[in-house]
Design a binder for this molecule. Sequence first.
Ligand code: AMP
Length: 391
Amino acid sequence: MINKKTVKDIDVSHKKVLVRCDFNVPLDKNGEITSDKRIVESLKTIKYLIDNNAKVILCSHIGKTGKNISLAPVAKRLSELLNVNVPLLKDIYSDETKNVIDNLKEKEVVLLENTRMTEMEEKNDPEFAKKLASFAEIFVNDAFGTAHRAHASTEGVTHYLPSVSGFLIEKELEALDNGINNPKRPLVAIVGGSKVSSKIGVLNALLDKVDTLMIGGAMTYTFIKAQGGKIGNSLCEDDKLDIATEVVKKAKDKNVKFILPVDNVVADKLESGVKTHITKVDEIEDGYMGLDIGPETIKLFEEEINKAGTVVWNGPVGVFEIDEFANGTRKIAEFMANSNAVTIIGGGDSAAAVEKFGLEDKMSHVSTGGGASLEFMEGKKLPGIEALLDK
Ligand code: AMP
């Protein structure tokens, strides 16, 4: 149970409210937004604040520190979506910014420039946090995608302002918490992606909760090698073979049905247009690598998805970015979209895949936070949420 106050539990009318959004949207080389999902997801909180006569000051990071990417395209898109002008305040230390915010009227919305224009953001610098907090009387965190990071605009500001969550964080926590901790059973998890090492925490945590755990993606080959299979040139973490063996043992001890791929699509190069063929997952010839799950595995995964009460998916089961190796990931997305189970996509690459296949609306929940949802599933405390007021 998540017990944090939300924007509904605090009086925002006539107040200046600083809202930390996740506007870290993908941009193409012309600086155009390629997916506005994160902006759209933030609208519910922003509209609530407008409707309740707040003075709204939005902030977010975009891109990495040092890249100095501007939020100007986001200000433009927000203005279109809200149908009001959302000015971008370019320098949070300038007199002009202070002036605009001092004179902000009810229902007006402004956007502060990228919080990662300064190194102080990721260092959770108290002076920078204090500066951000000085603009407002209330802080609303709605940036689920960065909730696992204690940065100045996520955790730092909470030391200076009464702080609550927005509707997106509330929705994310509810969906993930129900899916993992109070699921309709059987609970089936699919974990893919590239490395055992980056998913070991989530694998261990899931083994305490799920009925079935299915593995896909490059991490398959660390498991297969640990069991003595021939994996050719597939990706493998040779220093994680013991961990893979332990995961399999834990699954057995916990009575979790543990399913590894049985066949796969292989090629001698990882590039589009390359010739591919199917092999057993533990009989890959030298010079070839496994890059997607094969037809028998797809069938196995389909059966489990069809039996599930809840399916949680994190990490693509193949190199879905290249058409030749996208079929497995597409099929998993389609089976989930067509199943009656509660379907939860744990952000990051699997969310990008579901979006690429146009199946987002058919899922119960597609998380906006890859790292954050992974850490939540691992049972870790998310600092940006821990710091909010308790109910
Ligand atoms: P992660 O960030 O760990 O979730 O890994 C996601 C990445 O894993 C995606 O970019 C996929 O292209 C990649 N991936 C999935 N399956 C494989 C595979 N069999 N071999 C190499 N890379 C893979």
